[in-house]
Design a protein around this ligand. Sequence first.
Ligand code: GLN
Length: 200
Amino acid sequence: MKKIGVLAMQGAFVEHIADLRRLGVEAVPLRLSAEFKGLNALIIPGGESTTIGKLMKDYSLVDELRRLIAKGLPVMGTCAGMILLAKQVRGLKLHTLEVMDIEVRRNAFGRQVDSFETVLDIPVLGQPSFPAVFIRAPRIESVGDGVEVLSNLPDGTAVAVRQGNLLATSFHPELTDDLRFHDYFLSIINGNPEVKADDD
Ligand code: GLN
């Protein structure tokens, strides 16, 4: 059975674990690099990218995660999780994983009161459109050549992107009952059965 870790430094990790368990996969909270053994994939949740990024450094997870991602570990980052994956981040002083070829701007949709819900057309998920919750979300400002845009807001802003085994969203798919986005991540993982965190 696939084992998926959810980085549990801070933020909405409980909701991701619940969604994965509803989909019938083994989901575990992760805090230490020793717990990466046997992992098939990782989710980095939303929360505060400054806090999560600092704790990742303090727990010495950054280099190990970069190594696993370079080997092909599938990773999904939502909201703050997307910030932590992005190669370029406006509004964050900290260096983080910097593995996904996107540029994002923190809090670019406004303050807490400007948080919003909408429905998105995400062709890889089919119909109906997908409910999306944006909470002090980062905005994707630009994407590199190898990055596929999976969904846009009506003004053209990309809000869900994929680059190989990396998946990132500005919104929070774990905060609604719709499991299709997590299911899509599972399909990426299942397309890469050979990738395990303890392979050398
Ligand atoms: N505003 C947060 C940050 O910049 C992200 C918010 C979220 O993950 N919902 O880290």
